[in-house]
Design a protein around this ligand. Sequence first.
Ligand code: LMR
Length: 337
Amino acid sequence: MKTRFSIVCSSLLLLVSVAHAQQPASAPIVIKFSHVVAADTPKGKAAELFKKLAEERTKGRVKVDVFANSVLYKDKEEIEALQMGAVQMLAPSTSKFGPMGVAAFEVFDLPFIFADRDVQQYVVNGPVGVKLFKLLESKNIRGLAYWDNGFKQMSANKPLHMPADMKGLKMRIKSSKVLDEQMRSVGAMPQVLAFSEVYQALQTGVIDGTENSLPNFYTQKFYEVQKHMTISNHGYGAYAVIVNKKFWDGLPADIRTILEKAMQEASKYENDLSKEEEDEMVSLIKASGKIDIYTLTKAESAAWRTAMMPVHKSMEKRIGVEWIEAINKEAASMKRK
Ligand code: LMR
């Protein structure tokens, strides 16, 4: 015979299961993915591809909200937001890890650190890249992939052919001691500014010039407010796609696997696109008719290199000489196809 207690229990169970059956499918896991560049840059497009792949392949269990163009965060505060879990994914320039105490990443800011893109891809995707990412783990950050921002070019309102042309110019840099030193090595005065503030600062003359990648020059329309650009390829721009470690580790394993695969594909797309679009970016900037584009001759490029290379030595202590040596060793071991 059923006791009063067992009747109450079974009615409760029935109620719970009815309520459960009526519940909508559980809410998706939301990944807020914030970045500071335009949606039509390689980074912006790859972020969208990641979103598409992640949402399709998890069949809606994951929703990725991409916030481009600094709409959420302007500058390095995005890293704090990630650490606190206000956003889950970012793709900042690796220079942003220096000010948060991981100066080893500033190795990528060293002028002429990579001879070309093949070397750069080989190094960041090898053991050096993996070891650098390990340095972020204690900061509740997991590095998922390196994305390419391409080589940096210089611009100003005067022609820049030789390092001496930089003398006295107020040049915008990201907040990086290495970039600061790089600009000083050619007699310029570095000015740290958030990316979203560069256009206006150039327009109003707060700064005289800037360095950046071709996609950023084009999509931010820096060519409207600069008269001269030099294809100097004097430095390289690396991005790191990073996630909040606690969040990432807490994901169901099957979801994490799908997202990792989606990230691999988005990363290949980003790196390929960044390389492919380079010449097109030069043509588009030229087509604006607003800026003169000059390509350094071999001899001029050698002069920039001679002027800037002492930065490798003077920044050894800050970065850690082992990182510079590791990159040089890796680069030397690369077999050309
Ligand atoms: C910058 O100049 O701040 C850029 O590196 C920003 C970006 O993410 O490309």
